[in-house]
Design a protein around this ligand. Structure first.
Ligand code: GLC
Length: 508
């Protein structure tokens, strides 16, 4: 069989099976593998399916701009363009201690942020991984869990060695709640969940005020905090990035989900005209752009794999843009292509492939690892396929998988560029240029993601696209939330918000 090996060993899989791993210099001859030519032919097919031409990108940008405008004009549009009631940019002078609780796509975090003014801060945090059950269970139980974690954090960080509280009697710590799901807001400390995204489905929560639900949990656990703001991670990122670098005009998250926020002139937000907010003011808008092209599917180039991802998700039809881009879905798209080639008898003939057949087993992190494999023989890819899926691969197959990861990752980045370009175009930021604060696992960890976004911007705008630069954002879910919680405690914004509290309108 194998003529030469450069190393071998074995590992025990969770199932108890023992797997032999080896690195090879010669290909295995005893399994029927697809030829190099077959793999190259298949790759050409996927190239044409997953490649976005500059012309197509510009068409997407135009449709995207229309959706953003529509969302500002009328309530309850597909891209909801949510007014956040965060008014204007931070001064950079904000200071003090603030708590932030961040319920994102994968983790729950509790942070203590000390803002030191002049764009500086310090942070202590604790992270908890959410289980799949918690994401689907009763909503109130999810908020109880958040409150339990918050209580442990406050008890740990605000008591001395004798267990005596460091807080003055009656003192309440200001808390910003980063809740990264689409919520209609009619005030900054209120948020009605429109719909769960990113695979969450906790019951009895959609349509309800999640800030109020969380407040009930805080009361239940008697935690000495006052929640002054509920914010989206993109809004937090916008504010935090601007606190650190005032050239920031837009914030984007490319993580488990994908979304953007930017600062809009109040006079352009037609749907809240009746609130009679000062037309000179500015307000951050949480675009919820992951919903672009949902339901109608008119503008985005969806492949049949994207359609399967959509139809088998807990929210078919929804978050159409997000499903082509975000970390929750990219691994699944690649897995579906592999499964198709298994079914067609092209890949892994004669091998047990059941491990590849479970939805979502192929993590997006594997695509990152495959793309960054530095070895000629693609040893990292051998590792992934043998360790996790117990299948043998040839070099031609591994090259194919890597190229496929590249196509899917590149399409995600280029579509992301279309979203950014739509905001840039709408706001006319191209000539003067701007920074885009960016965060999320895909942006931070996927090799070359940022470069591909920048290439995409040049494809859309030509050389001027270079004026728009994404930069790794400061932790918006923590720091941004703290800055906003701080602004609220200081008062000027609260005073202005109380004016609107009496006006009961449903905003969208
Ligand atoms: C999803 C959420 C959105 C969030 C984004 C990034 O798109 O709906 O609120 O900002 O994920 O976490």
């Amino acid at each position: 069989m194998v003529a030469s090996r450069r190393g071998s060993g074995s590992i025990t899989l969770p199932t108890g099976q023992t797997m032999t791993i080896h690195t090879r210099t010669h290909e295995e001859e005893d399994l029927p593998h697809a030829t190099k030519k077959t793999m190259a032919d298949h790759l050409r097919k996927y190239e044409s399916l997953f490649t976005l031409t500059p012309q197509r990108m510009r068409m997407i940008v135009e449709a995207f701009k229309d959706s953003l405008e529509l969302g500002l004009q009328k309530p309850k549009q597909v891209v909801p363009m949510i007014p956040t009631f965060v008014f204007g940019w931070p001064t950079g002078k904000e200071s003090g201690d603030f708590l932030a609780l961040d319920l994102g796509g994968t983790n729950l975090r509790v942070c203590l942020v000390t803002l030191q003014g002049e764009g500086k801060f310090e942070m202590t945090q604790t992270k908890y991984r959410l289980t799949e059950e918690q994401k689907q269970d009763e909503g109130q139980k999810l908020f109880d869990f958040c409150a339990e974690c918050l209580k442990t954090f406050v008890d740990t960080n605000f008591t001395d060695e004798d267990g005596t509280s460091l807080l003055k009697p009656g003192e309440l710590l200001p808390l910003g709640f980063t809740f990264s799901y689409p919520c209609y807001q009619s005030r900054i400390d209120h948020g009605e969940l429109i719909r769960w995204t990113k695979g969450f489905g906790a019951k009895n929560t959609e349509g309800r005020d999640v800030a109020e639900m969380f407040r009930q949990s805080i009361e239940k656990y008697k935690i000495p905090v006052v929640m002054t703001a509920i914010i989206n991670d993109t809004t937090g990122t916008l504010i935090a990035s601007h606190y650190v670098n005032p050239k920031t005009k837009i914030a984007v998250i490319f993580g488990t989900g994908c979304n953007a926020a930017y600062m809009e002139d109040v006079k352009n937000i037609d749907k809240i005209k009746e609130l009679k907010i000062n037309e000179q003011d500015q307000m951050a808008i949480n675009c919820e752009w992951g919903a672009f092209d949902s339901f109608e599917h008119e503008h985005l180039p969806r492949t049949k794999y994207d359609m399967i991802v959509d139809e088998t998700s807990n929210k078919p039809g929804e978050q159409a843009f997000e499903k082509l881009i975000s970390g929750r879905y990219l691994g699944e798209i690649l897995r579906l292509v592999i499964c198709e080639l298994i079914d067609e008898g092209v890949l892994f003939l004669g091998q047990e492939t059941y491990k590849l057949e479970t939805p979502y087993v192929f993590e997006t992190a594997f695509l990152s690892l495959m793309e960054s494999d530095p070895t000629d023989e693609l040893l990292m890819i051998i590792g992934i396929f043998t360790h996790f899926f117990a299948v043998e691969t040839t070099l031609a197959e591994r090259q194919f998988f890597r190229a496929l990861a590249m196509l899917i990752g590149r399409r995600a980045a280029r579509l992301s560029a279309c979203g950014i370009a739509a905001i840039v175009g709408k706001m006319d930021y191209l000539d003067e240029g701007c920074l885009v604060g960016a965060d999320g696992s895909l942006y931070n960890k996927y090799p070359g993601f940022a470069d591909r976004v920048h290439e995409g911007l040049i494809d859309i705008f030509g050389e001027k696209g270079r004026n728009i630069k994404t930069v790794h954002a400061e932790d918006g879910s923590g720091v941004g939330s703290a800055i906003i919680a701080g602004q609220e405690r200081r008062g000027p914004i609260s005073a202005c918000i109380s004016r609107f509290m009496e006006i009961s309108v449903t905003l969208g």
